[in-house]
Design a protein around this ligand. Sequence first.
Ligand SMILES: Nc1ncnc2c1ncn2[C@@H]1O[C@H](COP(=O)(O)OP(=O)(O)OP(=O)(O)O)[C@@H](O)[C@H]1O
Length: 279
Amino acid sequence: MTDFGPDTVSAGSDVSTGAPRRPIFEVRDLAIGFDDREDVLHDVTMQVQAGEFVVLLGPSGCGKTTILNLAAGLLRPRSGYVRFDGDEINGVNTNVGYMTQDDTLLPWMPVHANVGLPLRMRGMSKSETKEKVEYYLSILDLSEAGSLFPSQLSGGMRRRALLARSMIYDPRLLLMDEPFAALDAQLRHQMHVELRRTVKNLNQTVVFVTHDIAEAAKLADRVLIVGGGRPGRLVAEFQVPYGDDRDLENITYTDEYARFERELNEGLRGARGPRASAA
Ligand SMILES: Nc1ncnc2c1ncn2[C@@H]1O[C@H](COP(=O)(O)OP(=O)(O)OP(=O)(O)O)[C@@H](O)[C@H]1O
């Protein structure tokens, strides 16, 4: 575990050239609040490298979604900067896909039209859109469901369709805000397996928000713990001890996983602010 000071970053370097890598998403010395109220987040510095799966883990209300909204360009910081691929984010960031726990499939459109919608809105031709939709439906095991309407899908299929729609325009960064919170435990597990397989195959960069320790431990390459009371900050960073080839069907039975879950649990306990711990 790394305890965060305000200057902590995870820059890394390119193994082939030794040159420092440019992060795809970067926040430095950030403070953000709403109206004239106290800051929600303060002194936040973090970086996400291309291809990484970063999980923001923290108690409710600590500011996790706020970080995603900054990445999407929906919010601006009070001070500090938020950069995407080296450039400050000014206005809506069209390089991101954003999947939340809301079900935003349009009920009057079949799955293929829902999934292809972002491409049609960007002016892609019908035939190109069809090809891409077919590809994404196939990698998310939805090929048979293309002509069904959202009301005809199971909960897991709806989540997969939403994931396909968030990824179809090849966003350079995928933001996910508790996307599986409404699913039962078994379906959530299936979605974890499919999500990791899909994003790793596509080398998709992900920032994923949750307050579920097991979800963080299974999915992440790196976990950042957000919290510490108000204003919130990054209180700890954990590099996940198992690699890309992790077997999500069996990993939860290993000692390594149990140890890591305990570490995250302790980190999360330290992230609860004075008000939360007193409750
Ligand atoms: N647009 C807004 N206007 C005013 N306050 C806001 C706004 N967005 C967020 N907040 C406040 O900022 C704080 C952090 O909210 P945020 O949604 O980022 O937390 P979170 O960690 O994602 O919480 P949860 O896990 O419950 O979703 C909360 O107190 C929330 O009420």
